[in-house]
Design a binder for this molecule. Structure first.
Ligand code: GTP
Ligand code: MG
Length: 197
């Protein structure tokens, strides 16, 4: 049973002009390419293929917007850190992210999806700073936790929490085993309960 049976794909945008309706509230999901953003969204929403419907080939840098209930959205931000991305595309990503975080009135929180085996990186720091500049609280999902032993998971969680301090919350997550999905959904709901700017 889906947690959000009304969830639907709204649109993809490759520029600020395309972000669409800015009323209500939304939480953005950011993370490195291949970190597990789309899988995390699907696991939290409880729909196997929601975030994949918008998947575009050729590593197009798109902002994908989903409505989970009327007036409440999830935004799948384009991944970063992919080594082979040409400089022009990296610049486009930077402009797109700056426009998104500067303009989007309905943005109330950020989820940063981190592959637990890689840990919290420099680009993740950049996203955290974008959110801080907006006064948006941040939830860090250390995903693919199923690939780590219990001890490894515990130590990466401790390490990440120490690094983040008061700046963000962190939790373990797995789209595979669904560990941490309830906690992440609770965090998402808490973020969405905030008032827009
Ligand atoms: P891009 O949109 O391409 O940047 O990737 P993404 O961040 O949306 O990652 P996606 O959800 O597409 O997952 C990337 C790969 O990691 C896929 O092969 C997933 O099946 C796998 N994956 C995602 N989450 C998990 C997880 O919790 N555990 C395991 N074992 N694999 C996962
Ligand atoms: Mg994706």
């Amino acid at each position: 049973m889906s947690r959000y049976p009304q969830a639907r794909f709204l649109k993809s945008a490759d520029s600020a002009a395309g972000f669409g309706d800015d009323s209500g509230v939304e939480v953005a999901f950011a993370g490195r390419s291949n970190s597990g953003k789309s899988s995390a969204i699907n696991a939290i929403v409880g729909r196997r293929d929601l975030a994949r419907t918008s998947r575009t080939p050729g590593r197009t840098q798109l902002v994908n917007l989903f409505e989970i209930v009327p007036g409440r959205r999830i935004v799948d931000l384009p991944g970063y850190g992919y080594a082979k991305v040409p400089p022009a595309m990296r610049e486009h990503w930077g402009r797109l992210m700056e426009a998104y975080f500067r303009q989007r009135e309905s943005l109330v929180g950020l989820v940063i999806v981190v592959d637990a085996r890689r840990g919290f990186g420099e680009n993740d720091e950049t996203m955290l700073r974008y959110a801080e500049a907006r006064g948006c609280p941040v939830q860090v999902l250390l995903t693919k936790a199923d690939k780590l032993s219990r001890n490894e998971s515990r130590s990466i969680l401790t390490e990440t929490r120490a690094r983040l301090g008061q700046r963000a919350e962190a939790q373990l997550f797995s789209a595979e085993t669904k560990d941490g999905v309830d906690a992440a959904q609770g965090a998402l709901e808490a973020l969405l309960d905030r008032r827009a700017r």
